[in-house]
Design a protein around this ligand. Structure first.
Ligand code: PMP
Length: 371
């Protein structure tokens, strides 16, 4: 069985497992308790993990907040900013190609009286600046545009978008779930106000993620209403006893990613090129991912006339590939539809650092039978 669904989730790095295992064996104190050793050990573990995550993003550790992952982070930023700034305005800008964790939250906010503008994307799956500039209004309180797309891998120009928002005095959030651990991110250079991600896309555990909230040089952060109320954990912004072992695993995954990324990017790109060449022998194949300006390791393609669910089932004995975003099971792709693609059925092969050079002859031959 060859695992080719890294964009859905990655296997745990064995060093992450080891770090989590060793931690769980010896450390169980509640970090909110005071003075005694077990609780101090837990506090230290969280501090170390926060520093490791911050190092990967080149940001201040105090700007990193731990939570259960990108879905929670996206809900937190959209609902939290909508609530905290409703006196200022009720308009939010996002794009049509966002993940469901953004789109469904926006739909919910519409029911609460907020006005959402969904920017179109071009053929490369990217938001164009012109449409963003036209959408700004006096009552716009937040712009939320994903960094990289989970279905086709396209990358938005987050540097320029964040600058445009700053010029307008509008807060900017990016869902960076698909780019974190795949390409370097430097939050000192790229001035987003908020960023969300999940650990399980970079060889860390599931159910843990981080939200970056930029503080000013005086330590001030934008106002935001918490999603979960309760204790004072995470600066009162995310109540509940911390998921310590997951936080530790996430921190280790970020540390590994930082040291290994340059090497595995090259490895993934080489395999990707090789797979594309093999796939090109399918006469009617249509590649949906952009050629340039994309994250390494995502190959999205369609074969007109093929029922992709059926084909993927046939292939599933040997290859785990995806017929759509894991979060939109059974639905045709809203992203391909927005690209103007007549085929809303697709195949997504996504690679990772553990992918070996592979021979997909069997996959190609099986797909040929369908064409
Ligand atoms: N945003 C994007 C772009 C994603 O790819 C995903 C995961 N597929 C999410 C958000 C949600 O992440 P999680 O399921 O870890 O909360």
């Amino acid at each position: 069985m060859i695992y080719l669904d890294y964009a859905a989730t990655t296997p745990l790095d064995p060093t992450v497992i080891e770090e989590m295992y060793n931690f769980m064996k010896s450390c169980y104190g509640n970090p909110s308790s005071k003075y005694y050793e077990q609780s101090e050990q837990s506090k230290t573990a969280i501090r170390t993990a926060r520093e490791r995550v911050a190092n990967l993003f080149n940001c201040k550790p105090e700007d990193i907040l731990f939570n259960s992952g990108a879905t929670e982070g996206n809900n937190f930023i959209l609902k939290g900013i909508a609530d905290a700034y409703k006196h200022k305005g009720q308009h939010i800008i996002t794009s049509v190609a966002e993940h469901k964790a953004i789109l469904s939250t926006c739909k919910y906010l519409e029911t609460q009286g907020y006005d959402i503008t969904y920017l179109p994307v071009n053929k490369q799956g990217v938001v164009e600046l012109e449409s963003l500039e036209k959408a700004f209004r006096n009552d716009t309180i937040l712009v939320s545009i994903m960094w990289a797309n989970n279905e086709i891998g396209s990358i938005n120009d987050i540097n320029t978008i964040s600058k445009k928002c700053k010029e307008q005095g509008i807060l900017f959030h990016t869902d960076a779930t698909q780019i974190v651990g795949k390409l370097p991110i430097d939050l000192k250079q790229i001035e987003v106000d908020f960023l969300t991600c999940s650990a399980h896309k970079l060889y860390g555990p599931k159910g843990i993620g981080a939200t970056f909230i930029r503080s000013s040089k005086y330590g001030r952060k934008p106002k935001i209403t918490p999603l979960i109320h309760g204790g004072a954990q995470e600066n009162g912004l995310r109540a509940g006893t911390e998921s310590l072992h997951n936080i530790v695993g996430f921190g280790k995954a970020c540390e590994i990613s930082q040291s290994e990324m340059n090497n595995y990017i090259k490895h993934i790109e080489a395999i990707e090129n090789d797979i594309i060449e093999q796939l090109k022998t399918l006469p009617t194949i249509q590649f949906n991912s952009p050629k340039d300006n994309k994250i390494p390791g995502i190959i999205n393609f369609s074969i007109p006339g093929i029922n992709n669910e059926f084909a993927i089932k046939m292939l599933s004995e040997h290859y785990s590939i995806s017929s759509g975003s894991a979060c939109a099971i059974g639905e045709p792709s809203h992203v391909l539809k927005e690209l103007g693609n007549e085929e809303s059925d697709y195949f997504r092969i996504s690679l990772g650092k553990f992918t070996k050079n592979i021979d997909i002859t069997e996959m190609v031959n099986t797909l040929k039978q369908f064409t």
